[in-house]
Design a protein around this ligand. Structure first.
Ligand SMILES: Cc1cc2nc3c(=O)[nH]c(=O)nc-3n(C[C@H](O)[C@H](O)[C@H](O)COP(=O)(O)OP(=O)(O)OC[C@H]3O[C@@H](n4cnc5c(N)ncnc54)[C@H](O)[C@@H]3O)c2cc1C
Length: 392
């Protein structure tokens, strides 16, 4: 029997405990963890799994800076630490690799005024970047340990070595999640099927193939498409969120994949296990074709080659663009709809979804199961609704 048919009783209307709409990194984690909780779950994607923003190239896993600590920074720190164990477990379950490594990060300090700020962060990290037996550093030095990584011209005021940052291959992690989901007995998956209509009071969904499905809860993890879905019919003054286009590239490079990632002014250079280095990303609020790449990516690649001259002759093997889901408050948007509690939001990860999605999925599923769900106040669906300043 095809896994798609498992949710459909012979001759009857399908019925699930949980419908997950969208198979990006958010929906994949939610589906996997729903399966682990024994919930009868259907994951639908109107295109292919991980075919949206989550099918990207970069995979940087970086913490917020260690200053001005708050519950949001702590949540992200805990999530980034926990991801390590999640990946180990999944690799053991599936026999696949996610290309995960706690590689650390180098941040060059090109201008004098940046050094005292970085030194303050060094002290903050001693206090904040720790958990039981583990601690991480934001260490300020005069020069990097690896010649040319980054180019010395960028380190006039020194360099920061952040030992907490990590990286993962987005596509390999997604493939691993899909493989693990395929083993879960209570879970079905349907690609090329979208959500057409929801009746959250009666608990019915209409799918794009015309099927009517009854559900206990729906997790809306449709990336940037979640915002119109969740905002529909509310009379909001502002949309719940927007897509922000990003472009990235992969360059072939003969470097040690253990090298730390480089970060400067929004430019990420991320070595991966397969002999490639990912370069990202543009951040475009207005754009024509959401999936094309252009001269903005060329400029980014040129900047990367200046920062890391070892990439100067590296062949660009892939160019890619996607739409990040940015919620109105910039933070993720998680939790039950206050007016329609069968609907649970799981979106808005913007630039940091890969480090948070597993923990956010746990919170969303706690909400589905009627438990208290632990996320920072600014992540909650209600907080985002407030920012949209409802008319009524
Ligand atoms: C260039 C670039 C670089 C990035 N770099 C990083 C990085 O280094 N680290 C990091 O953590 N994050 C990064 N991000 C952000 C990250 O990729 C996104 O935040 C994340 O992928 C969003 O995941 P998602 O599951 O919310 O949405 P998506 O991956 O977009 O998935 C949503 C899914 O929902 C489906 N869908 C939509 N509407 C419907 C419907 N009506 N019915 C059924 N299915 C539907 C879509 O087909 C899609 O598959 C980057 C993003 C870009 C664009």
């Amino acid at each position: 029997m095809d896994s798609a048919d498992r949710a459909k009783p012979p001759g009857g209307q399908s019925s699930v405990d949980l419908l997950v709409v969208g198979g990006g990194i958010m929906g994949l984690w939610a589906t996997l963890k729903a399966g682990r909780r024994g919930l009868k779950t259907l994951l639908i994607d109107e295109r292919s799994l991980a075919g949206g923003a989550s099918g990207g190239l970069l995979g940087a896993l970086m913490s917020h800076t260690p200053d001005k600590w708050n519950e949001k920074k702590q949540f992200q720190f805990d999530a980034l630490l926990q991801l390590e164990d999640e990946v180990v477990r999944l690799e053991a379950e599936t026999g696949l690799a996610a290309g995960y490594r706690r590689c650390g990060r180098l941040i060059p300090l090109p201008k004098d005024h940046l050094r005292p700020i970085a030194l303050r962060y060094e002290l903050d990290a001693k206090d904040r970047w720790r958990q039981t037996s583990r601690s991480f550093e934001w260490a300020v030095g005069d020069a990097g340990d690896i010649a040319g990584w980054p180019d010395a011209g960028f380190t006039k005021a020194g360099i920061v070595h952040d030992t907490f940052a990590a990286r993962v291959s987005p596509r390999r992690l997604a493939a691993m999640l899909v493989s693990a989901i395929g083993r879960a007995a209570s879970v079905s998956v349907r690609e090329d099927i979208g959500l057409e209509k929801l009746d959250p009071v009666a608990g019915f969904a209409e799918l794009t193939d015309g099927e009517r499905l009854s559900f206990g809860h729906v997790i809306v993890a449709a990336g940037h498409r979640s915002f119109p879905l969740l905002g529909a019919g509310r009379g909001l003054e502002k949309p719940l969120g927007q897509p922000v286009k990003g472009q990235a590239a992969l360059i072939k490079a003969d470097i040690d994949p253990d090298w730390p990632l480089l970060y400067l002014d929004g430019l990420y250079i991320v070595p991966h296990d397969d002999g490639t280095v990912a370069i990202g990303s543009t951040s475009e609020n207005s754009f024509g074709d959401p999936l094309s790449t252009d001269e903005q990516l060329d400029a980014l690649i040129a900047s990367a080659r200046q920062l890391a001259p070892v990439l100067a002759d590296g062949l660009v093997v892939k160019r890619w663009a996607g739409l990040r889901p940015k919620a109105i408050g910039r933070d993720p948007m998680i939790g039950p709809d206050p007016e329609k509690p069968r609907i649970v939001a799981l979106t808005g990860g913007f630039k940091v979804s890969f480090g948070l999605a597993h923990k956010l999925a746990d919170a969303a599923l706690d909400a589905v199961e009627g438990r208290a769900f632990a996320v920072p106040e600014s992540f909650r669906f209600e907080s985002h609704l407030d920012l949209c300043s409802r008319k009524t």
